[in-house]
Design a protein around this ligand. Structure first.
Ligand code: ADP
Ligand code: MG
Length: 297
């Protein structure tokens, strides 16, 4: 078990921020934490990292209580760049972290590579852009080769290029079995990073029917209206029991399908010489899910 948060409650005065919140991270993954401003994302992360106290509940990280200092040998928290020293270089920061944690110096070269800061780690931090600072923070967070990294809004304020870069770095780490919990406002950006999302609403985690999001909505426009019947018949008799909707005026058919199943439909279309005008495919992203959960539509 990587993270096990049980019945967490946290209030500021009369304001209940976390309300009996529970969730688990059982296997290595990149998990997004999404909720509107003030929904408690930072509070949750700060509680997990034992930086603030909570009223009741339990938090276990890597099988130990979060109050056990030992876990921080295998956990990192990327919070904000106020921890950086403007008059020191990136290298100085990495050396400092490795020295105090007794991490071999060889690791410095590895994290320079992993966080892609090779072109500027020798310069002083006051000359860095926001994106460069974020990458230095990531390099610092990677020094202890963590199993779990918490990132609180790491994409905030980054320009487009830096977002692309940071997003790819996170994806790479995820593919190498580092667990990352990342909070963000940039819903579209998160789609490139992960489909696994914890939504925070009313102080608790909202679980959704995740299956729908593993599907794609296809809209197939046909050349001939006669072919519509043929295709309809195929969908009706298909063992997958595909539900569809016909738009007669534009001669199109709309259905949701697991990505692996679209080949069956396309093979049928091909074998029956059905002429296609165009196909549109739409996946359900973080934004669609956010709209549904927070009832914005
Ligand atoms: N130190 C504090 N004292 C009082 N209220 C706080 C404090 N920190 C956060 N809050 C309140 O708790 C709520 C959640 O804040 P926060 O965890 O920062 O949300 P998020 O990170 O999702 O924007 C907000 O309403 C905020 O005003
Ligand atoms: Mg916050």
């Amino acid at each position: 078990m990587i993270v096990d948060v049980k019945n967490l409650n946290k209030s500021y005065g009369k304001h209940k921020v976390l309300n009996d919140l529970s969730f688990k991270i059982e296997k290595p993954q990149v998990l997004a934490l999404i909720g509107p401003n003030g929904s408690g994302k930072s509070t949750l992360m700060n509680c997990m990292m034992n930086l603030i106290s909570f009223d009741s509940g339990e938090i276990e990280i890597l099988g130990k209580s979060n109050k056990d200092y030992e876990i921080f040998r295998e956990v990192s928290f990327l919070k904000d760049n106020r921890v950086l020293y403007p008059y020191l270089t990136g290298f100085d920061h990495l050396k400092y972290i490795c020295d105090i944690q007794k991490i071999p110096q060889e690791r410095i070269e590895e994290v320079i590579e992993l966080a892609d800061i090779g072109s500027f780690y020798k310069k002083i931090v006051s000359s860095y852009s926001l994106g460069m600072k974020q990458r230095l923070l990531l390099a610092m967070a990677l020094c202890n080769n963590p199993k779990l990294i918490l990132m609180d809004e790491p994409l905030n304020g980054l320009d487009t290029d830096s977002i692309f870069k940071f997003r790819d770095l996170i994806k790479n780490l995820g593919e190498n079995n580092t667990t990352i919990l990342i909070s963000s406002h940039s819903l579209n950006e998160l789609d490139y990073i992960t489909n696994d999302i914890l939504f925070l609403k009313g102080g608790s985690v909202i679980y959704e029917d995740i299956e729908i999001y593993k599907q794609t909505e296809y809209r197939i426009f046909l050349e001939n209206s006669d072919d519509m019947k043929v295709l309809q018949n195929f969908l009706d008799t298909n063992s997958e029991n595909i539900k569809y909707q016909i738009k007669e005026a534009e001669n199109s058919i709309i259905f949701n399908l697991k990505d692996s199943k679209i080949n069956q439909v396309l093979s049928f279309i091909y074998e029956n010489n059905i002429k296609i005008k165009k196909i549109l495919a739409k996946t359900y992203g973080a934004e669609d899910r956010y709209r549904k959960i927070f009832a914005l539509d």
